[in-house]
Design a protein around this ligand. Structure first.
Ligand SMILES: *Cc1c(COP(=O)(O)O)cnc(C)c1O
Length: 239
C-alpha cells in the first residue's frame, strides 16, 4: 500500500505543477481545488490524504464507499465527500445520506429522484451536470457536439432548476481516454464555453468546472478547471 510519505511527495509535485499551470493561464491558484479520487482505495489511504490536509475527496461506487464510511465520518467538518461516478437509481439514497456533493448528475431522472429524497431530509446538495464532451456511446451524461447541446439538455436543465434541494453549481466532464493531454484541450475549452453560454443566454449562474484527471489536469487548469480530480498520480494505480 502507498505510504503517507509517498503521497506527500506526489502531492508536493502536483501542487507545484498546479501553480505553474495556474500562473501560465493567469489564474489564481486559490480558485482551483484538488480533489483526491479514492475509489477502490482503502480507508488508510483516505486517512493519509486527510492528515495531509486534503479537503475534497471523490468516490465512484456508493457501496464501496460504505465499507470505509467511518473515515469520512471522523474527518474534520470541512472535508467534503463528492460522488463522481455513475449513480444507479437505487443508490440515490446513499448519495443523499452520506455525500456532500454530487458531481456526476448525468440524466434528469437521477436528479429528480435525489431531489425528492433530499426534500424529505431537508438537505440541500451542490450538484454539477455531467456532459459527454467526446460524444462517446459508452459514456454517460448529456451529449455535447462541439459546444452545441441538445434541446433536451435545456429542457432537463429547466426541470432540474426547479428542484429546490439541488444547488446546480456547474459542469463536469471526463473526456475520451488518451495518453496525450493536449488531445483533451478542445473538450475542456468546449465545456468552459458552454458554461459561459448558459450563463449569458439561459439565466444560470454556474461557476464550477470539474475537469482534468492524472493525465491532463495541467491542460484542464489552463482551460479553466475549478476542480481537478486526481487518482493515480496522487495515490497510485488502482487494482
Ligand atoms: C477515476 C476517476 C478519476 C481519476 O482518474 P485518474 O486517472 O486515476 O486520475 C477522475 N474522474 C472520474 C470521474 C473518475 O471516475
Amino acid at each position: 500500500m502507498i505510504t503517507q510519505e509517498t503521497i506527500k511527495m506526489n502531492l508536493d509535485e502536483i501542487r507545484a505543477a498546479m501553480s505553474f499551470s495556474a500562473h501560465r493561464a493567469g489564474r489564481n491558484i486559490q480558485d482551483i481545488r484538488l480533489m483526491a479520487v479514492t475509489k477502490l482505495k482503502p480507508a488508510d489511504v483516505i486517512q493519509s490524504l486527510i492528515d495531509l490536509g486534503i479537503k475534497d475527496i471523490g468516490e465512484n461506487y456508493p457501496d464501496e464507499t460504505m465499507t470505509k464510511i467511518e473515515v469520512f465520518q471522523n474527518a474534520p467538518e470541512d472535508v467534503r465527500l463528492h460522488m463522481i461516478g455513475h449513480c444507479q437509481s437505487r443508490k440515490a439514497r446513499l448519495v443523499a445520506e452520506y455525500f456532500d456533493s454530487f458531481q456526476s448528475l448525468d440524466r434528469l431522472d437521477i436528479g429528480l429522484k435525489l431531489n425528492s429524497i433530499l426534500e424529505k431530509k431537508g438537505k440541500k446538495m451542490p450538484v454539477l451536470l455531467e456532459l459527454n464532451t467526446g460524444e462517446e456511446v459508452n459514456k454517460k451524461g448529456w451529449i455535447l457536439k462541439g459546444t452545441d447541446f441538445s434541446s433536451s439538455f435545456l429542457q432537463d436543465l429547466e426541470q432540474l432548476q426547479n428542484c429546490t434541494q439541488l444547488d446546480i453549481q456547474g459542469l463536469m466532464t471526463l473526456p475520451p481516454f488518451t495518453e496525450n493531454a493536449e488531445d483533451n484541450r478542445y473538450y475542456f475549452a468546449n465545456l468552459r464555453q458552454v458554461l459561459e453560454n448558459l450563463n449569458s443566454h439561459y439565466g444560470t449562474h454556474l461557476t464550477e468546472l470539474s475537469m482534468g484527471t492524472s493525465i491532463d489536469y495541467c491542460v484542464a487548469i489552463e482551460e479553466g478547471a475549478t476542480f481537478i480530480r486526481l487518482g493515480t498520480i496522487l495515490v497510485g494505480p488502482r487494482a
